[in-house]
Design a protein around this ligand. Sequence first.
Ligand code: 9PG
Length: 532
Amino acid sequence: MPELTFKDFKISAEAEAIAPDNGGFLLQGASVKLSIPAAPRALYRHGWQSWSLAAWTEPRQLPIQQPTIHHAMQTDPLYTRHPAPHSSGVMALDFGAGKILLLGALGLESHLQWRQNTLQGWYESGPDSAWFVAYGAEAQVFSDYAKLLGQKFGTGRAENSYRVWCSWYSLYTAIDEKILQRIFRELADLPFDVLQVDDGWQLAVGDWQANAKFPSGMADLAEKIRATGRKAGLWLAPLIAVPSSRLFREHPDWFLKTPEGAYVSAGFNWGEPLRALDTTQPAALDWLAGLMKQARSWGYDYVKLDFLYAGGLPGQRQSSLPREAAYRQGLSVLREALGEAYLLTCGAPILASLGLCDGMRVSTDVSGEWENFRDALLWQNPTTGGARNALRSTLHRLWLAPLLHPDPDVAYFRQAESKLSPQQNQLLQDMAHICRFKATSDLPQWLTAAEKENLRQFLEQNPQVEQTGRYTFRLDGRAVDFSPAAGLPPAPGGWIRLQALFFNLFSNQPFAMRRSFFRWQKSLAKLRKNLG
Ligand code: 9PG
């Protein structure tokens, strides 16, 4: 077997071709294998899409996260039960003493596993065959890899990111035009560049027209935002639809099916199962382009496209394009139709979105909670909403920064309507500075004078960022340590394990999903009332 020789490290490689490149080696092959002479201390695992886990973990299998009904929404469902530690696109081994070995794909449909002292990468399908291997300091190796990805896929085109106020993490779907207009007025004295309307304006997921809570229409709202001197932002999830939507009822044949003829599950949300659009059908692509043009004609210049993973799920497509290539075709049609608008992708397959978006959510959602007991321990699920889960994946995707604006999700400033401590808020704010992507959902009326001042300073300042370790930074000289967010929750033992077994029997039932959805709707109704 040919050997790859790095300064102080030799590994043997199986590949069709090997050539030195960019400080490492370029390998060719639908499957390549590296035999590793030393035992790694940790594995770098990279989850498929924005919300999936990215982290350094112990070199062993992770528990299967619950509930399984969410796998399509939170993982690559084809590999959730893979029999060895798995990674999408790139995997790395940490040997201590500051040295890592990275194997990264330079193409789509790529997967990696760690098994029996072998690091293997393979392409699920498609024409790609290139891999990059490098050994050295973590920052260097990841930056060399990012450079090659940029050459292959391109980068975002927007120079600067914006300071965004987003309606989701305070009002959730309890938005209406009156409440938003009031908030937009109250935000007048804060230096935001974009006011972004999130989920809750549409008739249904699939039917992207204003609902009864927006009687003046979405163009009117954009106009009101623009009148305040800001860009108008809008959330859409164009690659999914709920079965009750008109879109799905009128075009059931546009949605992915399994070989057995059932609809492919894109997860479960809004109290309904989710369907995935087939982005290889010309009629569906025309519809997507029209939808983006509609948002543009309403006056929105900043568009957050969400639940995009659906376009890359396994399923029967009209054309024989592999699933990530199919997704990428859909995304390029969306991008094209958006013209000059800023495109933020979310819930998006990472590698397959490169070069076609300006910003990308690189983590799961934050929430007003550091970590949730049920999710972290009973479900062993690092991809549900929560500050710790969000910080963890963002920390492990900062290397994408040369390719796009990494969106770490919103920062909190408030103590009202949140369980996060001031220290935890500070970590979210510091991460936003590091990503140079600053957003919040805090309502001005929830902020004390001091909190509002803090928010103002956050928006105005751009501290100098220096990385001092894997999880440590200096911001304008102030030391910041994200280590408390980096690790994974422990596997449950004893009583908690028993509780988990019992609990998870119910967690996967649609009735349990619907019940928690309706409870959530009730709490939102209360929130709306309190806002007056
Ligand atoms: C609107 C929200 C916000 C948010 C997005 C996305 O795995 N899940 O069940 C899951 C559901 C929703 C979700 C993320 C994950 O949130 O990230 O910013 O726009 O949709 O519905």
